[in-house]
Structures are given as structure tokens and as C-alpha cells.
Design a protein. Structure first.
Length: 229
């Protein structure tokens, strides 16, 4: 059963003002930026591109610290130039975007950046399809650990998005997710579809052995059994 809510009838609680985009200078980062720009235009928000250079990639230079530091500085300069080029290419929205290059663990640095900038949302691209492995990825760790909502974008967000699906299990976390979904849909003048999956497994979980299995009659679920959910 689906219930819907027309979000244009509900006043918005929290305005989306600051969006962090984790940009890896690849197609995943470009997709994340496109989705963030759709939201920024809708909500009049500002975007900060964050590119993180993983220092451990330069571990081979540990015996030569000056050389290692020089390599990192070169990479920071190059990445900064790449991000500036991306910003300059967006002639329609340059005023909305700034950028920053950090050195460290991408997952950790994105969370630090979000806290320091008091971001309302972090947007990252989904793992590459050919190398798809969500568990352990930066996106998966952000979803589990971030203090702010995270949007993992496999393809750019539709500029005229009208329907938003919000699964719920009635927990506190689901309630918070619903609030984010409602505010997001409100920005688009769209509709929310709430979805709850009722798991009947506990109704059919009877302890039994080989001698009693054939004697058990399974109860039939009625409307009253699921009406509460």
C-alpha cells in the first residue's frame, strides 16, 4: 500500500544552503556535481567541491620525505587547477561554486569539511559500474558515518523530479530520512510516496521437529494484523 503526500502543502522546515560535493576528477565526480547543481538552483544553495588526495599513494617516498612532500604539493597544485577549470566552465553558476583540495582519507576529510563548513548535504558519485563494490567504498562509509544527509548519485538528478520514494520502518532514523525527503520534494514541488514492507516471517516462525512439522497449521494474516503498520 502506498500513501502520498503533496509536499507543496507542507511548510519547509530546513532550507538547503550549503552542499559539499566529493569530486574525484572523474565521471563519478562530474555526476555528483550535476546533481548538486540541480539542487543548488532549486534551493539557491552554495556548492563546495572537495577533492581529496590520499597521502598513502606516496608511501614509496617515505625514505625521502622532501621528495614525498614535493610530490604531494605538485598533486595539490594540479588538482586545484583542475577544479578551477571545472568551476570556470560553469559560466551559468560560477558564483555558486568554490573548491578546496585536501590531503588524507577521502571519507574522513569529506566529513571534516562538512562539519567545518556546516554543510546541509554531501553529494558523491556512485562507485564505477565495472568495479562496483559499495561495501567499504567512500560512499558506503559516508552513508553509515556522516552527520549530515548523503546523496550517492549514479546518474544526474532530474531537473524536474516530481516523485520521491521514502521507505520507512517507523524508526527514528527513518523519521529523519522522511524529513529530508519531504524538504527535498518540497523544493521541487513534488510528491512523496511512503513505502513500508511488512515482514510476515515472525508469524510463521514456529519451533518444530520432523515429528510435529506436518501437524502445524499456519495462521492466515488478516487486515487487522497489519493495520497498525
Amino acid at each position: 500500500m502506498l500513501s502520498t503526500l503533496r509536499c507543496r502543502e507542507r511548510p519547509r522546515k530546513h532550507r538547503l544552503e550549503r552542499i559539499i560535493v566529493g569530486h574525484d576528477l572523474s565521471s563519478g565526480g562530474a555526476t555528483a556535481l550535476e546533481s548538486a547543481l540541480v539542487l543548488a538552483r532549486r534551493c539557491d544553495a552554495t556548492i563546495r567541491l572537495i577533492h581529496v588526495i590520499e597521502a598513502h599513494h606516496h608511501a614509496l617516498h617515505v625514505s625521502q620525505p622532501k621528495s614525498r612532500q614535493s610530490k604531494i604539493e605538485e598533486k595539490v597544485t594540479k588538482s586545484g587547477a583542475d577544479l578551477e577549470e571545472i568551476v570556470e566552465s560553469r559560466t551559468d553558476c560560477r558564483r555558486r561554486i568554490n573548491y578546496e583540495v585536501r590531503v588524507g582519507n577521502p571519507f574522513f576529510e569529506l566529513i571534516l569539511a562538512a562539519c567545518a563548513w556546516r554543510a546541509d548535504l554531501i553529494v558523491v558519485g556512485a562507485p564505477d559500474r565495472q568495479l562496483f563494490h559499495l561495501l567499504g567504498s567512500t560512499a558506503e562509509r559516508l552513508v553509515r558515518k556522516s552527520f549530515v544527509p548523503v546523496l550517492v548519485s549514479r546518474k544526474p538528478l532530474n531537473q524536474i523530479a516530481q516523485r520521491f520514494l521514502v521507505p520507512t520502518d517507523f524508526s527514528l532514523g527513518a523519521r529523519r530520512a522522511a524529513e529530508v525527503g519531504i524538504n527535498l520534494a518540497d523544493s521541487f514541488g513534488g510528491r512523496i510516496f511512503f513505502f513500508h514492507a511488512f515482514d510476515p516471517t515472525p508469524w510463521y516462525s514456529y519451533p518444530c521437529d520432523e515429528d510435529t512439522r506436518g501437524l502445524i497449521t499456519l495462521p492466515e494474516l488478516t487486515v487487522d494484523d497489519v493495520e497498525g503498520d
